[in-house]
Design a binder for this molecule. Structure first.
Ligand SMILES: Nc1ncnc2c1ncn2[C@@H]1O[C@H](COP(=O)(O)OP(=O)(O)OP(=O)(O)O)[C@@H](O)[C@H]1O
Ligand SMILES: [Mg+2]
Length: 414
């Protein structure tokens, strides 16, 4: 009995100290059996706990890799866990903010109302503005689970919202641009129908109608050009276009535009040479990009102003086409937006020359399709310089002769 008692006490002590493993397994007798069975039972439980711990970690890692933000909220809307994406979206600190009430951290009233509503059939879109960071649009949706716990998912919809806003603007702009000439046209038609007009008055009205029709045609053509550029494959790198031919064509167009816009006081147009240089890409696209820049310079520079077109080699085999004018220049706040569709600095000024604000959007598209870069330097009162920098892969320099002078193009050789 004494031995029995002693063994029993030893077991109790080991259990209290949570040191069952230190007991010799083969204590003998009934107590030995009890120790062994308890040990086995506990080891089994421990293995189970470790297993579920590992499973939990796996789940959390899986949630961590989710491209969406995931936040687990307890019954009191306190953060139990969140992944890195959610931390970035909301600016949480994944460690420090644990067990914080989420309403204290996300202060948007729309979110507070949404969270309190317990009606989560739709998402709510929040704007997250942090100093120094571009504003973020988040789509947040809550899903209740296990009674009153909640799973919160957040998705970055900045790009989607932007595209949507652009689409709305685009449709509004197109309708507006078409409605204006259409209204004018309809007005003239009505006049012609109702009023008996003299022959010269009649022809004056018809000329104005033709002008408006032309305007609509240009607009539709530009829109088609844009959508063609978007939908078509990139221009092949194997087609080489001679730069002098491009410059020559663009120059010719600019001269006739100048003669049209400023008869008697034409612009002073200086076009640099680029003998032997070639560009790879689409002839028509490159020409339209270059002559868009040149026609802008002619349009927005007052009569008699100076316009310089140049072609020059840049370091690392790149090359640059640039158009510099002595026009009114563009204020800094407009410069980044010039390539947006329908963007015009001064609508009225552009109106009188008939621009729709698509020229630079087309140019930028073409430039990007050729792996090049469009640069705009301008300041109010100091003229503007628009340049296209082509990558080395799309530029072929003239073969130089022994004395370092560029070789003449093959056709010019005796
Ligand atoms: N060289 C320039 N000098 C001053 N302003 C310019 C110059 N080039 C462009 N801009 C401004 O940028 C705006 C956008 O030019 P863009 O070529 O895209 O459109 P647009 O010339 O108005 O119309 P479009 O080219 O479609 O006929 C112009 O409306 C004009 O205000
Ligand atoms: Mg233009």
């Amino acid at each position: 009995m004494a031995l029995d008692h002693w063994r029993g006490r030893r077991l109790l002590k080991a259990l209290r100290a949570d040191a069952l493993a230190t007991l010799p397994g083969r204590a003998g007798g009934m107590w030995g059996e009890i120790v062994e069975r308890t040990q086995r039972l506990l080891q089994g439980r421990e293995a189970q706990v470790r297993q579920s711990e590992a499973r939990l970690q796996e789940f959390l890692i899986a949630l961590e890799t989710s491209p969406n933000g995931v936040v687990l909220l307890d019954e009191n809307a306190r953060i139990e866990w969140c992944n890195q994406t959610a931390a970035q979206h909301f600016g949480f600190d994944a460690q420090r903010d644990l067990l914080q009430y989420i309403g204290n951290l996300v202060r948007d009233p729309a979110f507070a109302a949404y969270l309190a509503s317990w009606n989560y059939s739709r998402d709510v879109v929040l704007s997250m503005a942090k100093p120094g960071v571009a504003p973020l649009k988040l789509s947040v949706q809550v899903h209740p689970y296990a009674g009153s716990r909640r799973l919160l998912l957040s998705r970055d919809v900045t790009a989607v919202e932007q595209a949507e806003a652009m689409r709305r603007d685009f449709v509004a702009n197109v309708s507006h641009e078409i409605r204006t000439p259409l209204t004018v046209l309809a007005g003239f038609v009505e006049t012609l129908q109702t009023l008996p007009l003299e022959a010269d008055e009649r022809s004056r009205y018809l000329a104005m109608m033709a002008q408006q029709a032309q305007r609509m045609q240009t607009l539709v053509n530009d829109l088609l050009t844009l959508s063609r550029l978007e939908g078509s494959p990139l221009p092949g790198a194997g087609d080489w276009v001679p730069v002098p031919a491009l410059l020559g064509q663009a120059e010719q167009e600019a001269r006739s535009l100048s003669a049209l816009l400023a008869p008697g006081r034409q612009h002073e147009l200086v076009v640099g040479a680029a003998p032997g240089w070639e560009l790879s890409g689409s002839h028509s696209e490159l020409l339209s990009a270059m002559s868009n820049l040149l026609s802008n310079a002619v349009r927005y520079t007052p009569p008699g102003g100076r316009i310089e077109v140049s072609w020059q080699a840049l370091p690392n085999g790149r090359a640059e086409f640039s158009v510099r004018d002595s026009g009114p220049g563009i204020a800094a706040e407009h410069v980044p937006r010039l390539t947006e569709r329908f963007y015009r600095v001064d609508r009225s000024r552009s109106r009188e020359t008939g621009g729709t604000g698509l020229g630079l959007a087309i140019t930028k598209h073409v430039v990007q399709r050729h792996g090049a870069e469009l640069r705009i330097e301008s300041a109010l009162g100091a003229g503007s310089t628009f340049s296209i920098q082509f990558p080395a892969s799309r530029v072929r320099a003239p073969v130089r002769s022994a004395d370092g002078a560029p070789a003449q193009p093959a056709t010019a050789e005796p």
